[in-house]
Design a protein around this ligand. Structure first.
Ligand SMILES: Cc1ncc(COP(=O)(O)O)c(C=O)c1O
Length: 472
């Protein structure tokens, strides 16, 4: 047995960044994060739309923690709800009830009843991936099947079950065989149509290709005699998030849902990133006039404070008779700090017209981005947006071939914090997504002002001019 004494915590607060980075290199697993920048960046403070580094330089944040902090860093109303709960009932085992959990579940269930005309119930967990796992259990429990469809370009998380339905093979490659990996179907990514068609005259070719799967049992998914599919559900993101904020044409989801209903396949709507008004409606799917069977949510529900995620499902899938106590469990699932903040967030959404706010600000922002695209056609191939979910596709001089290298360069330059914001030093926080990692997926704070949108576009222009001087 070792006789050495151990020290669990550093004896002093370490303020030297070099020393902290050395410790990070030695003691932090890199598996739970991504080293996008070398060295990774430290931040000290956050407020509104801005992050502040250790020197106090502001960074205008256009990704807001992957859309988890949509209501602004340090949102006073939500922070106050957290501190109120902290002094009232901060901890409680999930086997007991607290009012905030019940009120929150009722609020979401009633809202969905009014939106989808369907009765249902709400089930809580902590992170997005965990809620996805719970939804997979709901699907399996209801159908007795474990195969599902999902989209190419789709992202549903990194736990094992969520990885199995997330398109990227890179996320699965080192972790053995995924026997219930989803069957991935092309998403209507019209700027780069997977079938090489043009949106104007494709006649919804992609939906027809999906429908063909059910024409004969020899296509591998359907037994016409038994009138039964081997696939229990289709996991969708109404607006593909990590895939590059791709907005499908309005007629796509209604056509898909019709096929799913005809073949008794559930539609599971992953709203983890796009829910809570990111795409201009409470749920992104509302933009497409489709009623899903299951909705999964997380992220912005607590504005990135004490995490809370959840699943809403149709009553016949989630009633206590069908999905009895103990079907899933997580110690922190309906934690009172999370439910209290979430309830306040839902009240805030009820009192403020976020539909109008996100659509108006998003339309203004998109118009500025279109103008930027017109002025830099050798850098920007596509811009699009819905609500305050906006995309900029960085391309080579032909305006089409993805330019990942330039995208990375612009991203890294933005993080240097040395842009000129009308005389003040500033950085720009961008997020890179897309199938070819050449898309800036913009998820600005809902409180962003028109002046800050103008500033964001000015900073983007500075970055383009700095990083692609040969393509102006
Ligand atoms: C659409 C979508 N689904 C699921 C997840 C996974 O959520 P979490 O990272 O909280 O596990 C994410 C996270 O980015 C997401 O964007």
């Amino acid at each position: 047995m070792s006789t050495k004494t151990t020290t669990l915590v550093p004896l002093t607060n370490i303020s030297d960044e070099g020393e902290l980075l050395e410790l990070e290199r030695k003691y932090c697993s890199w598996g739970d994060t991504v080293h996008y920048l070398e060295p990774p960046k430290f931040f000290e403070r956050a407020e509104g739309c801005y992050l502040y580094d250790r020197e106090g330089t502001p960074y205008l944040d256009l990704q807001m923690w992957y859309s988890a902090a949509s209501f602004g860093y340090g949102n006073r109303r939500l922070n106050a709800a957290l501190t109120r709960q902290l002094s009232k009932l901060p901890q409680l085992a999930c086997q007991y009830l607290h009012p905030e959990k019940v009120e929150l579940a009722a609020a979401i269930a009633r809202l969905n009843e009014s939106k989808f005309g369907l009765e249902g119930r709400v089930h809580f967990n902590v992170g997005g991936s965990s809620a996805i796992e719970d939804s997979l259990k709901l699907v399996r429990n209801a159908s007795g099947k474990n195969l599902v469809f999902a989209f190419m370009g789709g992202y549903h998380g990194r736990t094992l079950g969520a990885s199995a339905i997330t398109s990227s093979y890179r996320y699965r490659r080192r972790f053995g065989h995924f026997s219930d990996r989803a069957q991935f179907v092309p998403f209507p990514y019209c700027f780069r149509c997977p079938y090489g068609k043009k949106k104007e005259d494709c006649g919804m070719y992609c939906v027809k290709q999906f429908e063909k799967l059910f024409e004969t049992e020899y296509n591998g998914v359907w037994d016409a005699k038994a009138n039964e599919s081997e696939y229990a559900a289709f996991y969708i993101e109404a607006v593909q998030a990590t895939g590059g904020y791709i907005i499908p044409p309005p007629e796509y989801f209604p056509a898909l849902k019709k096929i799913l209903d005809e073949h008794k396949i559930l539609m599971v709507d992953d709203e983890i990133q796009m829910g809570f008004y990111r795409a201009g409606k409470f749920w992104a799917i509302e933009n497409f006039n489709v009623d899903p069977d299951i909705v999964v949510f997380g992220k912005a529900l607590t504005n990135g404070l004490n995490p809370l995620s959840g699943v809403w499902a149709r009553e016949d899938l989630i009633s206590p008779e069908k999905f009895p106590p103990g079907s899933t469990h997580s110690t922190f699932s309906s934690n009172p700090l999370g439910t209290a903040v979430a309830l306040e967030a839902v009240r805030m959404m009820e009192e403020n017209d976020y539909e109008e706010i996100t659509q108006r600000k998003g339309a203004y922002f998109l118009a500025q981005l279109k103008d930027l695209q017109r002025r830099y056609p050798k850098v920007i191939g596509d811009t699009d947006g819905i609500g305050l979910a906006l995309r900029i596709e960085i391309c080579r001089a032909d305006g089409y071939e993805p330019d990942r290298e330039l995208t990375d360069k612009i991203f890294a330059e933005g993080m240097k914090g040395d842009l000129n914001a009308r005389g003040q030093r500033m950085g720009l926080v961008l997020d890179v997504g897309g199938y070819y990692k050449n898309v800036f997926t913009l998820a600005p704070c809902f409180d962003i002002t028109q002046e800050e949108i103008d500033l964001a576009v000015e900073l983007l222009e500075q970055l383009i001019r700095r990083c692609a001087p040969d393509r102006l």
